[in-house]
Design a protein around this ligand. Structure first.
Ligand SMILES: [Zn+2]
Length: 153
């Protein structure tokens, strides 16, 4: 593993990915190594960690391999990194979305759709956490959904 990162217990969930030095906004952090597929990789159970990400519509990245240190990066509603899929040969990278200080946990937006998000509670702890792992552009529709699905008395 790179000396710039550590994997250790996270307040968000399970293990997290932590920076061991300062990173500047825009800096490449780590490759998100995995196999790319047009078939969505199966998740072993609802409670198992999430390593399968839709990097563009209909294209999935399975990052569950042991060599992929980036798989430990948790989702956050206010992430400090983003996952950028460069191309098939360069693969996907975690890029700093802001200046990241040493010891900060590295988080990114898993980009889930509404259906996926309803089974994936978010514990990121950010003040504006919506409570589910869902892509930022879809949070408004989730808020509407939660409001209308609340039981009426
Ligand atoms: Zn959250």
């Amino acid at each position: 593993m790179s000396a710039d990162f550590a994997v250790r217990p996270s307040a968000i969930q399970g293990l997290g990915l932590f920076a061991l030095r300062n990173f500047n906004r825009g800096e490449r952090l780590l490759a998100y190594a995995g196999s790319v597929s047009t078939v969505r990789p199966a998740q072993t159970s609802a409670s198992s960690p999430i390593y399968a990400l839709e990097i563009r519509p209909g294209l999935w990245l399975d990052g569950s391999g042991q060599a992929n240190i980036s798989r430990h990066a948790n989702h956050s509603c206010a992430p400090n990194a983003e996952l950028v899929f460069v191309d098939e040969s360069a693969g996907a990278w975690l890029i700093a979305q802001e200046n990241i200080p040493a010891d900060a946990e590295i988080t990114f937006d898993y980009g889930f759709n509404l259906a996926e998000s309803l089974f994936q509670p978010c514990r990121c702890g950010q003040p504006d956490c919506i409570g589910y792992i869902i892509a930022a552009p879809r949070r408004a529709s989730l808020r509407r959904h939660l409001r209308f699905s609340r039981p009426r008395d």
